[in-house]
Design a protein around this ligand. Structure first.
Ligand code: PMP
Ligand code: GLU
Length: 389
């Protein structure tokens, strides 16, 4: 049938597609090693599951206010105050159906046709598509020559009189690289002067290695609140990807517009999942610290393996998140990241995401949100694959 122009502008999520393909091959009995999935492999903690069971037993199965239950918004405000030192009222917060939905509502509420959003590249696959769906224009700026660290000079490369805002995702998906605080401060100062909005996607804020410190425009400068839209989710921090709970804090009028959009689309995020998110936010960081330490061990093993065993493939050292972005451009006989990932999957049953999907065709992304044994098996297959070229 004749589809809308918007629908035909959008490509499907490559990260989800590759994860689904790996799962399908596994269900057919193939011994696939998947470096595809961007979701923690740990089970959701029991105290969170029990909170959901309790909520169900207490009859929390009906609609809630569109923007979420008050207790959850208050817990989110407390989190922002504890982590960033910035106070929010409940009317400045909206809970949505996952971080992806938060971003969808945000750009639908914020952008007019032709409005531009600057995105440091490589970037998470959904940013460009969600912006296009909202009638906006994603403007990507390459960070690869600057060790994948976004800064003011790079921001200015993408700036036009149509620029409305900039996405900052640090640590980043797909590189895991953290921005330097001095660059965050320079960008904050510039944003205030120019009336630009900073969309800070802090979904990996609790997964940071080597004792490094998280910072964003709010921790750098409290007066940035007016120009900041903070997007987050419980998905990665508490291994709750299937709960679909994300949240946004920002200017009241923007949050009210997002609320209107949500009221005419999904209504409230799933009621009992909100109680799970409430337990997660109130339950401390012991679980996420444990996951972070495990992810760091896996990262260290992978860096060691590439260094010792696979010559000519150079990974970017991640400061956080659970992705290894690996430079494959020096491998002879390979012309694109899609070709290399196709070769890995077809011949060696290893699933990885081509870098071109994140805006850089010289790389592939390996998620290490999978057990060390699986990682070891996958890396030895990658070594064999490279050696056979
Ligand atoms: N932002 C980034 C950078 C991500 O990697 C993800 C992962 N899906 C999200 C937002 C959204 O996560 P979710 O919708 O699962 O909460
Ligand atoms: N963000 C994760 C990833 O990049 C999960 C899949 C998705 O939503 O894109 O793999």
């Amino acid at each position: 049938m004749k589809l809308s122009c918007r629908a035909s502008l959008i490509k499907p999520s490559a990260t989800l597609a590759i994860t689904a393909k790996a799962k399908k091959l596994k269900s057919e009995g193939k011994n696939v090693v998947s470096f595809g999935a961007g979701e923690p492999d740990f089970d959701t903690p029991d105290y969170i599951k029990n909170a959901v069971k309790d909520a169900l037993d207490k009859g929390q199965t009906k609609y809630t206010p569109v923007s979420g239950i008050d207790e959850l918004k208050t817990a989110i405000a407390e989190k922002f105050s504890a982590d960033y030192g910035v106070s929010y009222e409940n009317s400045e917060i909206i809970v949505s159906c996952g971080g992806k939905h938060s971003l969808y509502n945000l750009f639908s509420a914020m952008l007019n046709e032709g409005d531009e959003i600057i995105i440091p590249s490589p970037y998470w696959v959904s940013y460009t598509e969600i912006i296009k769906l909202s009638g906006g224009v994603p403007v990507t700026v390459d960070t690869s020559k600057k060790n994948f660290k976004f800064n003011l000079e790079l921001l200015k490369n993408g700036l036009t009189d149509k620029t409305r805002g900039v996405i900052i995702n640090s640590p980043s998906n797909p590189t895991g690289v953290l921005m330097d605080e001095k660059d965050i401060i320079e960008i904050a100062n510039f944003a205030k002067k120019r009336g630009l909005y900073i969309i800070t996607d802090d979904i990996y804020e609790k997964i940071i290695f080597d004792g490094k410190k998280f910072s964003n425009v709010l921790t750098a400068d409290k007066s940035m609140k007016e120009y900041t839209i903070a997007v987050n989710a419980v998905s990665k921090t508490y291994s709750m990807t299937g709960f679909r709970i994300g949240y946004t804090a920002g200017p009241k009028d923007l949050i009210a517009a997002m609320n209107n959009i949500q009221s005419q689309s999904t209504s409230n995020p799933t009621t009992f999942a909100q109680y799970g998110a409430l337990a997660a936010l109130k339950g401390g960081q012991e679980f996420s610290n444990m996951m972070r330490d495990e992810f760091q061990k896996r990262r260290d093993y992978m860096l060691y393996f590439f260094d010792k065993n696979i010559k000519g493939i150079v990974p970017v050292k991640p400061d956080g998140a659970f992705y290894l972005f690996v430079d494959i451009s020096k491998i002879s006989g390979i012309n694109s990241s899609t070709e290399f990932c196709g070769y890995l999957l077809d011949k060696y049953l290893v699933a990885a995401v081509p870098g071109v999907e994140f805006g850089n065709d010289n790389f592939i992304r390996l998620s290490f949100a999978t057990g060390l044994d699986v990682i070891k098996e996958g890396l030895s297959r990658i070594k064999e694959a490279v050696d056979s070229l």
